[in-house]
Design a protein around this ligand. Structure first.
Ligand SMILES: Nc1ncnc2c1ncn2[C@@H]1O[C@H](COP(=O)(O)OP(=O)(O)OP(=O)(O)O)[C@@H](O)[C@H]1O
Ligand SMILES: [Mg+2]
Length: 333
């Protein structure tokens, strides 16, 4: 659906070209939820704006749904933007229009006949659960409701791609979860390709299939979220994951007294629920203190991550037994 080849972007600042994105390659498949994570200034919004032609690359090639963006005239760009919807951190709603009026806006621009427009707006408001709020104004809505209006408006012209620029950053954790669930449902039911940018690993974990990590304009890591989240390779990725996991690294690396090896055990998929700890203890004589642990989901895949200090017994045998049971073992100390 989206192909970037050696795309780069510099901005002209005080007569100099300052790079915001260094040459990068990226492919995003149809129907994927693709996340881009990075700190402030990493180039996330720049990358997103390249995808709907709001920004032109300084070099490289970019195709969206089989169309090369470089060759597009004004008409072509308008057509492209109808195929690519976008939602924003601060919602960007029209305050003088009602909820229904906001959702109708792109349809009016596209010249949709009145009767069709009315039924389409009703359908969109039902999709995002706002049927009861059609005649309210944005100022009368909560943040989560405003973002639902933003989503309905973005879906109005039946786009194939939805771009989300920090769409949940202004929302509390519960509202964030509800909006992310809605995006996930839309992805599943409409087959929409979603590209979302965020600075929170938890957002990536909840909805994305794959993720790319941007660091100062460089793409430093990319892969399935199950791999990147559970086994991050780049230092920047590791910091994002540590923030999401609230792991006390100091405790893990040296602060525990009177214990031996410290292992991080990762269970993925159905193995998450396997009763393997007791068996390893019985068979190898090791004992555990649990230092940190979590069972959760990466999109729809369950996972467990347990950090344990081992005492006594045969640690090597314990490790081998874990691995034979499909558990990933990482020695932290
Ligand atoms: N229109 C512009 N003119 C000049 N420089 C720009 C422009 N837009 C962005 N930049 C610069 O490009 C770099 C990347 O900016 P970008 O907005 O893509 O980052 P971001 O990852 O979205 O950050 P944030 O998380 O704060 O939104 C920054 O150094 C920024 O100052
Ligand atoms: Mg940004």
């Amino acid at each position: 659906m989206i192909e970037l080849r050696q795309i780069h972007k510099s901005y002209r600042v005080d007569g100099r070209d300052v790079p915001a994105l260094h040459p990068l390659d990226l492919s995003i498949g149809a129907g994927e939820v693709f996340g881009i994570i990075g700190h402030s200034g990493a180039g996330k919004s720049t990358l997103l704006r390249l995808l709907n032609g709001l920004e032109t690359p300084s070099g490289g090639s970019l195709t969206v749904d089989g169309v090369a963006l470089a060759g597009l005239d004004a008409d072509g760009l308008r057509t492209l933007r109808r195929r690519v919807g976008m939602i924003f951190q601060h919602f960007n709603l029209l305050s003088a229009r009602t909820v229904a009026g906001n959702v109708a806006f792109p349809l009016e621009l596209a010249g949709t006949p009145a009767a069709e427009l009315r039924s389409r707006v009703a359908e969109l408001l039902a999709t995002v659960g706002l049927e009861a709020h059609a005649d309210k104004y944005p100022a009368q809505l909560s943040g989560g409701q405003k973002q639902r209006v933003g989503i309905a408006r973005a879906l109005a012209t039946r786009p194939k791609i939805l771009l989300c620029d920090e769409a949940t950053s202004a929302l509390d954790p519960q509202t964030t979860a509800a909006v992310l669930d809605l995006l996930s449902t839309i992805n599943r039911e409409l087959g929409l390709t979603i590209v979302l940018i965020t600075h929170e690993m938890d957002v990536i974990r909840r909805v994305c299939d794959r993720v790319a990590v941007l660091d100062a304009g460089h793409l430093v890591e990319e892969g399935p979220v199950t791999r990147v989240f559970l086994h991050p390779r780049h230092a920047t990725t590791r910091r994002f994951v540590a923030e999401a996991e609230h792991v006390d690294e100091e405790l893990l690396r040296g602060g525990v007294q009177g214990t031996g090896d410290v292992l991080r055990l990762t269970f993925l998929g159905d193995d998450t629920y396997a009763p393997v700890l007791g068996r390893v203890a019985r068979e190898t004589g090791v004992d555990y203190s649990i230092l940190a642990g979590r069972i959760d989901r990466i999109r729809d895949t369950p996972y467990g991550q347990l950090t344990v200090a081992l005492t006594g017994g045969d640690v090597d045998a314990a490790r081998r037994t874990f691995e034979a049971a499909g558990v990933h073992v990482e020695v932290l100390r």
